[in-house]
Design a protein around this ligand. Structure first.
Ligand code: PMP
Length: 446
C-alpha cells in the first residue's frame, strides 16, 4: 500500500495511534479506511465492498445500516441526550433496559449495573467481588481465577483476567490477585492418549488443586467465556462446564459468565450460558447488546452477589463507583431497540438455522491440506491452519489477506482464522462467504 500525501490515510497515519496495531507498520503503510456499512457488507473509501465476516469485532448482530437504531438514537438525542445515573437519578431508557435484561436472563438475576465497554464491565466486576468480600467480613477472599487464552478486556484488572501474552507483555500485567487455570482446548492441550472425558476430568482436578494450593477462602470468583472468542474460538468439550461448576460450588466461589461475545444469539441460543449449561452468578454483557452502534455494556448479578454489596453501600453511605456514561440514555435506548430487532426478526433462530450450513462449510474447509482443525458452534467458528515456515502465526494472516483481496473480512488469531458474521446472514450469503475462503485458501502457496 502506498500512502498518497494529504490523503485521509496519510493524515490518519500521522495523527492516530491505533489499537492492536504495529505502530511502525501503520506509519509506513497507513490504515484501511472503511467508509460505509449496509447489511453484512462494508465498503472502503476506494469503493471496494467486503462481506464483514467478523461483524466488526464480533458485535454487529443486526448488520450495518439499521435505520431503526439510527432513528431511536436521533429521537433520544433530541429528547434527553445525556443524563447520569449517580445519586438516585435515572431515566426511562436505563430503567426499561435493566428490567428487560432481568426478564431475559436465563437464570434468576437481581440487578443490572451499566458500563460502557466489556473491559469496564469486567473491571467493575472485579471491584464488586472485592467489595462484596469485604462486606461479608472476608477481606482475604479477593483472588479471581480466569483461564489461559480467555479474553476479558484490556484495562488493568480485565487485562489481567485475559490470558493472552500480548495483553500482558510490557504492561506489567497480570496483577497478583489474578491466576489462570487451564484452557479447555482439547486438541491443543490434551496429554498423550488422553480421552476428552479424561481431559475434562484433569482440568477440573487441576482447578481443584489450584484452589486448594491458594486457599479456598482466598478465591472470590472464577470467570470464563461460555465459548472462548479472541483466544481462538474454543468450544469446550462435553461435560467441561458441569465439571468446573461442581468444583466451584464445593468452595463457594462465584461464577462469572463473560457473555460479551456469546450473548444475544451468537451460539444459537440467547445466551452462551444456556448453550453450555452454565448457571452464573454474574453475567457480563456488551457487543451484541447494542450491536456496537454505540459503546454500551452491562453486568447482571444475582441476589447472593447483590445483597452484601447493597448492605456495604448502606454502611459506607454510598457506592463509590460509577462512570459518567453508566447507563447512558442514548446507549440504553439503542440497546433496547436492538434487542427488539433481535426478538422481532428472530435473529437467534436465524443463527440456529444458519448454523448447520455454516459449520458444514467450515468443516469442508478443514479438509484442505493447509488446514489443521475447525472449531465452531452457532454462528461463530475458526479454521486453524498448520503453522508455516520457521515461525508460527503466519498462516492465519496469509489466509486473511487472500480473503481481503477477494472481498471478505475475517480476523487472524495466530494460525487460526475467526468467522463471526452478523446474525442476519442468509443461506446464500453464508455460501458466498465460504466460496471466497475456498478460493483464497486454494491460492495460498507456502
Ligand atoms: N470480554 C470478551 C469475551 C470480549 O470478547 C471482549 C472484547 N473482544 C471484552 C470482554 C472486552 O470488551 P471491550 O473491547 O469492549 O473492552
Amino acid at each position: 500500500m502506498t500512502v498518497q500525501p494529504n490523503s485521509i490515510e496519510a493524515r490518519d497515519a500521522a495523527y492516530h495511534m491505533h489499537s492492536y496495531t504495529n505502530a511502525r507498520v501503520l506509519e509506513a503503510e497507513g490504515p484501511l479506511i472503511i467508509e460505509e456499512g449496509d447489511g453484512i457488507y462494508v465498503t472502503d473509501n476506494s469503493g471496494k465492498r467486503y462481506i464483514e465476516g467478523m461483524s466488526g469485532l464480533w458485535s454487529v448482530a443486526v448488520g450495518f445500516g439499521e435505520d431503526r437504531l439510527a432513528k431511536v438514537a436521533n429521537d433520544q438525542m433530541r429528547k434527553l441526550p445525556y443524563y447520569h445515573t449517580f445519586a438516585q437519578r435515572s431515566h426511562t431508557p436505563s430503567a426499561e433496559l435493566a428490567e428487560k435484561l432481568i426478564q431475559m436472563a436465563p437464570v434468576a438475576m437481581s440487578k443490572v449495573y451499566f458500563t460502557n465497554s466489556g473491559s469496564e464491565a469486567n473491571d467493575t466486576m472485579v471491584k464488586l467481588l472485592w467489595y462484596r468480600s469485604n462486606a461479608l467480613g472476608k477481606p482475604e477472599k479477593k483472588k479471581i481465577i480466569s483461564r489461559i487464552k480467555g479474553y476479558h478486556g484490556i484495562t488493568v484488572a480485565s487485562g489481567s483476567l485475559t490470558g493472552l501474552p500480548y495483553n500482558h507483555m510490557s504492561f506489567d500485567l497480570p496483577i497478583p490477585q489474578v491466576m489462570h487455570a487451564g484452557c479447555p482446548h482439547y486438541s491443543a492441550f490434551a496429554q498423550d492418549g488422553e480421552s476428552e472425558a479424561d481431559f475434562v476430568a484433569r482440568l477440573a482436578r487441576e482447578l481443584d488443586e489450584l484452589i486448594q494450593a491458594e486457599g479456598p477462602d482466598t478465591i472470590a470468583g472464577f470467570i470464563g467465556e461460555p465459548v472462548m472468542g479472541a483466544g481462538g474460538v474454543i468450544v469446550p468439550p462435553e461435560g467441561y462446564w458441569k465439571a468446573i461448576q461442581d468444583v466451584l460450588k464445593k468452595y463457594d466461589i462465584l461464577l462469572i459468565a463473560d457473555e460479551v461475545i456469546c450473548g444475544f444469539g451468537r451460539t444459537g441460543q440467547m445466551f452462551g450460558s444456556q448453550t453450555m449449561g452454565i448457571e452464573p452468578d454474574i453475567m457480563v454483557l456488551s457487543k451484541q447488546l447494542s450491536s456496537s452502534y454505540i459503546p454500551f455494556s452491562a453486568l447482571m448479578m444475582n441476589d447472593r452477589t447483590y445483597q452484601p454489596i447493597a448492605d456495604e453501600t448502606a454502611r459506607i453511605g454510598t457506592f463509590g463507583h460509577g462512570f459518567t456514561g453508566s447507563g447512558h440514555p442514548v446507549g440504553a435506548a439503542v440497546s433496547l431497540e436492538n434487542l427488539k430487532i433481535i426478538e422481532e426478526n428472530d435473529l437467534v433462530g436465524n443463527a440456529a438455522r444458519m448454523s448447520p450450513l455454516f459449520l458444514d462449510r467450515l468443516n469442508r474447509l478443514a479438509a484442505h491440506d493447509l488446514a489443521k482443525e475447525m472449531r465452531g458452534i452457532g454462528l461463530i467458528g475458526a479454521l486453524e491452519l498448520h503453522p508455516q515456515g520457521d515461525a508460527t502465526g503466519k498462516a492465519g494472516p496469509a489466509l486473511v489477506n487472500a480473503c481481503m483481496e477477494r472481498g471478505l473480512i475475517l480476523r487472524p488469531l495466530g494460525d487460526s482464522v475467526a468467522f463471526c458474521p452478523p446474525l442476519i446472514i442468509t443461506e446464500d450469503q453464508v455460501n458466498q462467504m465460504f466460496d471466497i475462503v475456498d478460493e483464497a485458501i486454494a491460492s495460498l502457496s507456502f
